[in-house]
Design a protein around this ligand. Structure first.
Ligand SMILES: C[S@@+](CC[C@H](N)C(=O)[O-])C[C@H]1O[C@@H](n2cnc3c(N)ncnc32)[C@H](O)[C@@H]1O
Length: 418
């Protein structure tokens, strides 16, 4: 057992404690420096272990429940969960068990439970790997499952859960004229199933491409920015869509309320050699007049659970009402910034109709100068069956299932009468 492997496991358990105990997102833990003590390889390993454990948490708990009389303290439970998941993914039993026994044994508070950890994990090592593939696909928590079944039906939600459990490949958006690694998807993105270290892929240093889910690349393809147009990217960070707008030759204003997240936009612009005016500010206070606007509004992010399996555990849906209200306010203000005859793409990486279809239905009722631009959805690779009644695009994680799915998104292109 290497010290590094144990260090990565200890950090993975810390992440699980934060996510499952404190309701913090993985991204928040990372921003707070949770893995700063580790080298790049162990940092990647700790994240991978935590995410893998969250994807398989329901199965791990079922296996562990057979051998636990009562639920142990959270951090010990998380060590057992991580151990169970690793064992069921084929990791060598002695390495996993010894590592978890060492980690728990060193804890001043829980050290006496190392015997329990040893005994339980040995039992899981004996029976878990056979049982694992026969267990049901882990389900979303009820606070999210219920509304999604109401919206899409039980069968669709089961398919989404399968997609969440499978995780996500890496998608890239190419700079116009550049080439990049991977398999070309129907919409033009490139897909790599097992990418390894992203910065080591060909073309990264040259800025030939950037990481962006294939679904997340569609809003800008639908907006179809033209060279020289003034385009406002109202919620820009970390900047995948800003890069697409800039690469099309538009004069881009990239605004976001979070200066720290805008740092990522600046880094991405530098690496790719693309240009945009970057502004830290509140979308609701911004002024100006633009030919086109992209409003990628803050949302529940429930469309990104394939990549962020921490989300259903860290959240409970209590902030959704506030987000839905904010989206409506942002759309109202963005509409005042759009020149007559201009177009606005509204999108959210959400699976909830209240953050997508319903927002646009209500806006179309409310604004006499707003209409849907149906032709905008005629983008290469867009399946006609994804088009919704009001004329938007509904993307789901269980679409393109044979290729590895896509993020859930809602996208609509709105025209302002001249
Ligand atoms: C869905 S993310 C945007 C993703 C981005 N468009 C991309 O493609 O990389 C939503 C963003 O909205 C920003 N945001 C939240 N409230 C805001 C506000 N009042 N004004 C401007 N930006 C805001 C968040 O900081 C976050 O970066």
């Amino acid at each position: 057992m290497s010290d590094n492997a144990t260090a990565a496991r200890r950090s993975a358990i810390y992440l699980l404690d934060q996510i499952l105990g404190e309701g913090r997102l993985l991204s928040e833990c990372l921003a707070a420096g949770a893995l700063d003590r580790l080298g790049p390889e162990d940092r990647a390993r700790a994240q991978r272990l935590a995410l893998q454990t969250l994807r398989g948490l329901e199965r791990a708990d079922r296996l562990l429940d057979n051998h636990l009389n009562r639920t142990p303290a959270l951090t010990v439970h998380n060590a057992l969960r991580l151990g169970a998941v690793e064992l069921c993914h084929g990791e060598a039993a002695h390495g996993v068990v010894n590592s978890m026994v060492e980690i728990v044994g060193r804890s001043r508070k829980h050290g006496r439970l190392k015997g329990l950890v040893n005994a339980v994990l040995r039992k899981v090592a004996a029976e878990g790997p056979d049982a694992w593939p026969k267990m049901r696909v882990p389900r979303l928590p009820e606070w999210l499952r219920g509304p999604l079944i109401m919206a899409w039906g039980a069968e669709a939600v089961a398919s989404m859960e399968q997609a969440h459990f499978s995780g996500a490949p890496l998608d890239l958006t190419l700079k116009p004229g550049a080439s990049g690694p991977g398999e070309a998807l129907p919409t033009g993105s490139m897909r790599i199933q097992d990418p390894g270290q992203v910065s080591a892929l060909p073309g990264f240093d040259q800025g030939d491409w950037w990481v962006q889910d294939a679904a997340a690349a569609l809003p800008v393809r639908i907006l179809a920015p033209k060279a020289g147009e003034t385009v406002l990217d109202l919620c820009a960070a970390p900047g995948g869509k800003t890069l697409q707008l800039a690469a099309a030759g538009a004069k881009v204003t990239a605004l976001d309320i979070s200066d720290s997240r805008l740092e990522r936009v600046r880094e991405n612009l530098n690496r790719t050699g693309l240009k945009a005016q970057v502004i830290a500010g509140d979308a609701l206070e911004h002024q100006g007049q633009y030919d086109a606007i992209l409003l990628d509004a803050p949302c529940s992010a429930t469309g990104t659970i394939r990549r962020h399996p921490d989300l259903p555990f860290a959240k409970d849906g209590s902030e959704f009402g506030g987000l839905i209200e904010l989206q409506a306010q942002m759309l109202a203000h963005a509409w005042t910034l759009l020149k007559p005859g201009g177009r606005l793409v509204y999108c959210t990486c959400s699976l909830l109709p209240d953050e997508g279809e319903v927002q646009i239905e209500e806006a179309l009722d409310q604004y006499p100068d707003m209409s849907i631009e149906h032709e905008a959805l005629g983008v290469t690779g867009v399946d006609q069956s994804w088009i919704t009644e009001e004329g938007g695009l509904r993307l789901r994680p269980d679409y393109w299932v044979d290729r590895g799915g896509m993020d859930g998104f809602y996208i609509a292109c709105l025209n302002k009468s001249a």
